[in-house]
Each structure stands twice: as C-alpha cells, then as structure tokens.
Write a protein that binds this ligand. Structure first.
Ligand SMILES: Cc1ncc(COP(=O)(O)O)c(C=O)c1O
Length: 381
C-alpha cells in the first residue's frame, strides 16, 4: 500500500492508539464527577491541555477541545459573529477556504452578515493589502486558512496578524488544520486570536480537535448544556480522544524537527518525476510559500475518479479535492480561483505525505504513474 492521502486523514500512531485504549480502560470516569475516578479523568484532561498549550505556545486555559477542524472553525467564526454582531456584521475571508469555513460564511450571509472574499493570485495566495483595504468600521473578524488543503499554498497569516495590530477590534482566526506540524506558526507572535487544529491530520484519532481562544475573548457557544470547556462546548469531554490528540501532537512535532527537510526532498522528487510525464500539469508550487506535504497536479481531459480508481487498483491512494468535497464531481473551486481554467480544475489530483512517507514509495508511485497516464490518455482519445 502506498498511502498518499495524508491531508484527508493520517493513520493513527500505534502509541496513540495505546494511549486511547489505556485512558478508556483506566480513566473512564466522567471528568466532571467529584469522586476519585472523576478526578483521575480530570487529571488526564488537564495534562493533555497543558501538553497541547505548551506545543502551541499558549496558556492551558486558552485551549478548548472540540470534535475536529469543522467544529473548531464553526465555533470560532459563528462564535465571534454572533457574540459581536451588535458592533458589526462584516467578516473578511478568502476565496480559497476549506468547506468548513466557506459554508459557515454562506450560512452567516443567509442570516444577514456581510462577507468579503479576497481573491488569490495564480499561486493561490492572498495579498495582505487586499485584506487591509477590505476592513470597514463594522468588520469584526478576519478568518484565513493557513495552508491550503488542496494546493499546500501558505497564506501570509503572520503578516496579516501584524497588520491587524492596528485594528484592535477586528478578531483574527486561522484555520491551521493543514499547517500544524508541517508549517510552523507562532500564535502569540502573530496576534492570532483564534486557531483551529484537528487531531486526525497528525496521527491522532478521528473526532478530536482543539480551538485556541485567546484569553479574554468572548464567543457565543454553539452547544448549550454543562460548564465543560469554559462553557464554550458543553458535553462530557472525549477524554481518551483528547489524550490521544496530545500524544499524537507531541510525537508528530518531535518527528518534524528532523523530518521536515526530508519531506521537502520527497516533494521535490515527486514534482520532478511528475514534470517528466507527458500529459501532467503541476498546479502547486514548491519551496518557500508552499507546504512540504502537498502536491497538486492535473491530467487535463482525464476524469479524476478514473485516475483514482486506476491507482487504487495498484494499491496507491490519492485524492481529488478535500476529502469532504471529493464525492461531489465539480471542478475544484480553489484551482478555478487561481485562474488555472476549467479543464485543470476538473482534473485536479492531490497527493499528500506524512513523516511516514518514504523515498521508495514516491519512486514506486512515479513508476506507476508513468505506466498509467499514457493508458488513461489513450482511452480518452
Ligand atoms: C484546512 C482544513 N480545515 C478544516 C478541515 C476539517 O477538519 P475535520 O475533518 O477535522 O473536521 C480540514 C479537513 O480536511 C482541512 O483540511
């Protein structure tokens, strides 16, 4: 098996699953219970929060555990929009956001909010100046994806954060789901108020995530009930999943220290190899401004579902757009917004690596592509 769909999800580390099982067995008490079992579970929760906070360079009380990236993004965006709507109803974002924020903005628009979508250039990058120009007296939030899930383009969120220092009433949310462990981001230095991460993108288990909420920021909660997670997310906490997330984050960050350069090399091998295959056009870039774990390319004229099935038969797993939109056969919104045209947007394929991806796997993938692409092109003619 050659798994090249790590931006959709990663395989949980064995140690992470062991943590999940141990915590489920030994610390099954409800962390809100007052007896010893409850207190033991609460200790696991506290420790996990401290680990995540330390890695993100923030305070433990600024971490809210969620069910993943979608929930974190919804909570951050709707939470700010509803809580601060008396001050203003204008939000700024980009045209290349993940569905979990894009659809959230559509929903807010239907409720009377006004959203400005800044454009991107041919590399998929926004301009800080466009964000600045879009700010109005009634702007309450700027929300940006850090690393694009389809192309790996890195948005200049650090520069946006610095620029927003002048606008103290405008909150800044970053969707860091694809960036965490691959593209470093210093939350405090860059004046980020809210930041979303998701456990299953770094070898944790599915249904886990965290939202950083800067101390002092008020959000309107989406779930009402108990007082868990600083009253921002009612409901009994997923203690085993949270402990697994903390373990996975620790392990993946530790690996990243030595492995990031290797990941860049793998990406270069993949790009060089794909460039040599007739019929393939690269949609994503390489080097600075681009995450090391994502490569996007098109085989104009080929149906991506057919390419995916052909590769799947050979034990190679890749994807079209983001996992949550890949079952909808429409052109990639991100590739269209980059101005690369309908044909490329309709035939875009994404490969994505983890620190577990090897040199050999990339070489085998390229060998299979060299054999399969001419066959696919033949069928189309
Ligand atoms: C950039 C980005 N944001 C948010 C999400 C949603 O995360 P989750 O699958 O944990 O809901 C994803 C998932 O693909 C993503 O890539």
């Amino acid at each position: 098996m050659i798994y090249l769909d790590n931006s959709a999800t990663t395989k949980p580390y064995k140690e992470v699953l062991e943590t999940y099982v141990t915590v489920s067995e030994k610390y099954f008490g409800n962390p809100s219970s007052l007896h010893a079992l409850g207190l033991d579970a609460e200790k696991v929760l506290t420790r996990s929060r401290e680990v995540v906070a330390e890695i993100l360079g923030v305070k433990a009380k600024e971490i809210i555990f969620t069910s993943g990236g979608t929930e974190g993004n919804n909570l951050a965006i709707k939470g700010i929009a509803h809580e601060h709507s008396t001050r203003g109803k204008h939000i700024i974002t980009s045209v290349v956001e993940h569905a979990s924020t894009y659809e959230t903005f559509s929903e807010l628009e239907s409720k009377g909010f006004d959203v400005t979508y800044v454009p991107v250039n041919v590399l998929g990058k926004i301009s800080v100046d466009d964000i600045k120009k879009a700010i109005r007296p009634d702007t309450v939030l700027v929300s940006l994806i850090h690393v694009n899930n389809e192309t790996g383009t890195i948005q200049p969120v650090g520069e946006v954060g610095q620029m927003l220092k002048e606008y103290r009433k405008v909150f800044f949310h970053v969707d860091h789901v694809q960036g965490i462990t691959k593209v470093p981001l210093t939350i405090k230095k860059h004046h980020i108020d809210l930041c979303t991460i998701s456990g299953h993108k770094f070898h944790g288990v599915k249904g886990t995530g965290a939202l950083y909420v800067r101390e002092g920021i008020n959000l309107s909660p989406m779930l009402h009930g108990g007082v868990q997670e600083a009253k921002l997310r009612a409901g009994t906490e997923n203690v085993p999943g949270i402990a697994a997330l903390a373990k996975a984050l620790r392990m993946t960050i530790d690996k990243s220290i030595n492995e990031l350069a290797n990941l860049r090399q793998l990406q270069q091998i993949a790009i060089d190899g794909l460039n040599e295959i007739e019929g393939i056009v690269l949609n994503s870039g390489v080097g600075e401004g681009h995450a090391p774990h994502i490569v996007n390319f098109s085989i104009p004229g080929a149906k991506p579902e057919v390419v995916i099935q052909a590769l799947s038969h050979q034990g190679v797993y890749v994807s079209t757009k983001s996992a949550c939109s890949s079952k909808i056969s429409s052109p990639s919104r991100v590739i269209l917004e980059m101005g690369l045209g309908n044909q490329r947007a309709e035939s875009a394929i994404r490969i994505s690596f983890s620190f577990e991806t090897t040199d050999e796997e990339i070489k085998t993938f390229l060998k299979i592509m060299k054999e399969e692409v001419p066959k696919l092109l033949q069928v189309m003619r």
